[in-house]
Design a protein. Structure first.
Length: 132
C-alpha cells in the first residue's frame, strides 16, 4: 500500500505539537528539580518556547530564569546537562529519533520592554495621540 504524503500544513502542525510536548517535558523536569545541578534546582526557570526543525531532529529551547537573574549561570548549567535532558525527552516523547537540544536565552521579554519604552517616549506618544 502506498504511503500517503502529508501536506505542508500537516507537517507544520506536527512540528508545532512536538515542540510543545518537548516544552512541557522540559518544564516538568525543571519544576521537579530532576536535573542533578544545584543552579537548576535553586532557580525557577521558564521554558517559553521550543522550536523544532522540520525533520524533528533539532530543538531550540528558549528559556528565561525567573526575574531574569543569573541568566548566564542558568544557561551554562542547562548546556552542561543537555545530555540528561535529551535522554529524558527521548524517553518521554517516544519518537524514532531523539531531538538534539540546544538552550537559548529568551530575549522576547527584553524586546517587549524596549518597544514599551519607545512607546512611552513623549515624541512617540504625541504622534500616536494625533492618530486617535
Amino acid at each position: 500500500m502506498a504511503k500517503h504524503a502529508s501536506t505542508p500544513e500537516q507537517q507544520s502542525v506536527r512540528v508545532l505539537k512536538v515542540g510543545e510536548r518537548v516544552r512541557h517535558i522540559l518544564s516538568e523536569l525543571l519544576a521537579r528539580g530532576e536535573a542533578h545541578d544545584e543552579t537548576l534546582r535553586a532557580t525557577n526557570i521558564s521554558v517559553t518556547e521550543v522550536r523544532m526543525s522540520p525533520d524533528l531532529r533539532n530543538a531550540k529551547a528558549y528559556v528565561k530564569p525567573l526575574l531574569g537573574r543569573e541568566e548566564a549561570e542558568v544557561l551554562k548549567a542547562l548546556r552542561t546537562n543537555t545530555a540528561f535532558f535529551q535522554k529524558e525527552v527521548a524517553k518521554r516523547l517516544g519518537l524514532k529519533f531523539a531531538p538534539k537540544l540546544s538552550f537559548q536565552p529568551d530575549e522576547s521579554f527584553d524586546e517587549a520592554e524596549r518597544i514599551e519604552s519607545l512607546l512611552k517616549n513623549p515624541k512617540v506618544a504625541r504622534d500616536l495621540g494625533d492618530e486617535g
